[in-house]
Design a protein around this ligand. Sequence first.
Ligand SMILES: Cc1ncc(COP(=O)(O)O)c(C=O)c1O
Length: 389
Amino acid sequence: MYRIGQAEIKQLQKLFDSGAIFRYGSGGECDRFERNWARYVGVEHCRMTRSGTSALYAALVGLGVGPGDQVIVPAYTYMATALAVLGAGAIPVIADVDESLTLCPKDLKRRITKHTRAIIPVHMVGLPCDMKRITKIARKRKLLVLEDACQAVGGGYEGRMLGSWGHAGAFSFNFFKNMTCGEGGAFVTNAEAVHQRGSVAVDCCSFYWNPEEEREELQFAGPNFRGSEVEGAILNVQLRRIRGMLKTMRAHKQELLQIGLEAGLESIKNNSLDYECGTHLGFLFATEDEARSFCNRLADQGVSSFLPMDTGRHVYTRWEPILRYQGAHHSALNPFKLPANRKARVKYKLDTCQDSLDVLARAVLVSMHPNNTKVKLRKMGEAIRAAAD
Ligand SMILES: Cc1ncc(COP(=O)(O)O)c(C=O)c1O
């Protein structure tokens, strides 16, 4: 959904002319992006990472999640959400999504056990979760909330930015996202301690970024998922575009949604139409056959759409490493085999979240793009009307 062009090239030219492409010391692009992204999201701290997966992992480490903990993830999310949980040594527990295609608060409640430590609501395809109900449940049960906003960069829910509702939030800036630097990510939080611990998981050489590196709680081994100045420079330009792009896509989505509703279609549940990303318009059908036939009729008129069910590793039935309990490259590191996880372990079955499979096979999503012209939009509207007939 991103835009990229001359402005990024100019910024990169400036960066290469300066020769300061390492973020520490002479650099400044990553620092600037972290400051500005935190301000945009409305939180205190941000740390750039190499990807959304490493952002999720670092945030979990920052939150202190580890062996012995269960973390609830939705049945519809890219596998990386659940893999990050395993990366932190904890056990992912899969919960249903509802007709919003995001975590079902009712099912979330059902899946909480005495081992549950955290919840990862995922704002899939730009659609925000019902954060009011989810955070209420979390508060009541004293659970941590890490928002996976990898597919909802820049979006909000009920007037507050996604990533600022939970104890931490994670973003991806890979090729398919609302802002991109090719590959990249970031995690955000209001808690200084979470930021510091998470930063050790991003950059083991805390000497570079922390004048207080001797702090006791930071003395643990971490990998290196540092962002580079090249990525920082691109993201600083991308950040200037995001608000306008999302505003355009939201307006396009609402216009097409109205046409669909007038043509008798049923919408998926939209939790926050006025603040979400607007990247996907969704309709819900009574059966999978009806959904597929609507999809085909749209395709006949040159409008592409898809069923969430067909998105491979975004549906839990395709999370092979998890279904096979292969939680690490070495069995001694495998969270499914760690003695500390003996009581937290769960069994995964292909029908663990049957309600999700049902809804994911009856939904059709149409992608928006900020570059869509009025003419294109009119054609899309006509195609939706005709396909609904
Ligand atoms: C919902 C979700 N979570 C996490 C990720 C992981 O992000 P990355 O590919 O940048 O590691 C993605 C990536 O597509 C995603 O869609």
